[in-house]
Design a protein around this ligand. Structure first.
Ligand SMILES: [Zn+2]
Length: 336
């Protein structure tokens, strides 16, 4: 079985996105947003079967861990009440997708984070999603400000209540920023990758997993720049008097395979131990085109993993078993 740990509902029905615009406009005007539109099952089927599901079938991906569109989380817009309602609507929508296709999509939650707000609402929404709706993980934004990095590092105790809830619920968190609020950072080209790298270095500098040994974090997009600069992080850990990254970080951190060329995937698989790698593609998402050098979609990451030198056992671990281990609720979700 091939399980993609990283998919977003980027083709959500137009009425859903239009309502978000109305919600933001109402917040800016100090008025009440219109009620959320009625969206039929057929509209959802249409948006899924013509894009995400079609591509999964073409590429031989059995199951996708499916979360709301990451760039649309936009935690920097509005206030915490705006984020709470938006997260609920988005999570309810991906839950409907998972309900319509229970053997193909398993839902992962958006959290209603907001700059400066405590994590109470995020913990409540995570509990609702996991306990009532069968979600198996969440996306945790390390920078709800949208590029200004006003939050403390992920090792700060202000994050612990959320981590403790995730541990209690048995779900990992994927560290995932949203849209960039500054033209300095292109969202998917710069901000995503530098956020992955920043999160990893925060973990190298801290002792988060010494204090919370059951916490599991997924760093997407192949771990940002980390595998390429692995020697830098090992050396910095030594220089800073920190334990080796292998024991201080890598017992609890996993990188996905959202790297869009063969040499990048080969390097990831060479540098990072196989148990720390989860298959992911982030489609339909960041890079939608076809690579003229290969004739295949850049984000068809299964091809790169298949073409790597991994043996059969390691390949099966990346495609399925590591994802199941990191997302223990997945087995229950797939069993219906
Ligand atoms: Zn993503």
């Amino acid at each position: 079985m091939i399980i993609d740990c990283h998919g977003h509902y980027t083709t959500a029905p137009a009425a859903h996105s239009a309502w978000r615009e109305q919600q933001v406009a109402a917040w800016e005007a100090g008025t009440t947003p219109p009620s959320y539109p009625s969206i039929s099952d057929d509209e959802i089927r249409e948006t899924i079967e013509t894009s995400q599901l079609r591509l999964m079938d073409e590429r031989g991906i059995d199951v996708t861990l499916f979360s709301p569109r990451a760039s649309a989380m936009a935690h920097h817009i509005g206030d915490s009440a705006v984020s709470e309602e938006w997260a609920r609507r988005c999570n309810d929508l991906v839950h409907r997708v998972a309900t319509l296709y229970p053997d193909r999509f398993v839902p992962v939650a958006q959290l209603p984070q907001s700059p400066g707000a405590d994590l109470g609402a995020s913990i409540a929404e995570l509990r609702r999603c996991v306990e009532e709706l069968g979600f198996v993980g969440c996306n945790l934004n390390p920078d709800p400000s949208g590029g200004f990095w006003t939050s403390p590092p992920l090792t700060d105790r202000s994050w612990y209540a959320l981590y403790e809830a995730a541990i209690e619920l048995g779900v990992p968190a994927m560290v995932h920023v949203s849209a960039s609020a500054t033209p300095v950072f292109h969202a998917t080209g710069a901000y995503y990758i530098n956020a992955d790298t920043t999160a990893f270095m925060q973990l190298v500098q801290g002792n988060l997993f010494g204090e919370l040994p059951e916490l599991r974090l997924v760093i997407p997009h192949g771990g940002g720049a980390v595998p390429y600069h692995w020697g830098r992080y090992r050396g910095l850990a030594d220089m800073l008097g920190q334990p080796p990254v292998e024991s201080n970080v890598m017992g609890n951190v996993f990188f996905d395979t959202c790297v869009y060329h063969q040499p990048g995937i080969d390097l990831l698989l060479d540098v990072i131990d196989t148990p720390n790698i989860l298959f992911g593609s982030e489609m339909v998402g960041a890079v939608r085109g076809i690579d003229e050098r290969t004739g295949h979609h850049y984000d068809d990451t299964r091809r790169y993993v298949e073409a790597s030198t991994l043996d059969d056992e390691a390949r099966a671990a990346v495609f399925e078993y590591n994802v199941r281990r990191v997302y223990p609720r997945l087995a229950r979700a797939l069993a219906g």
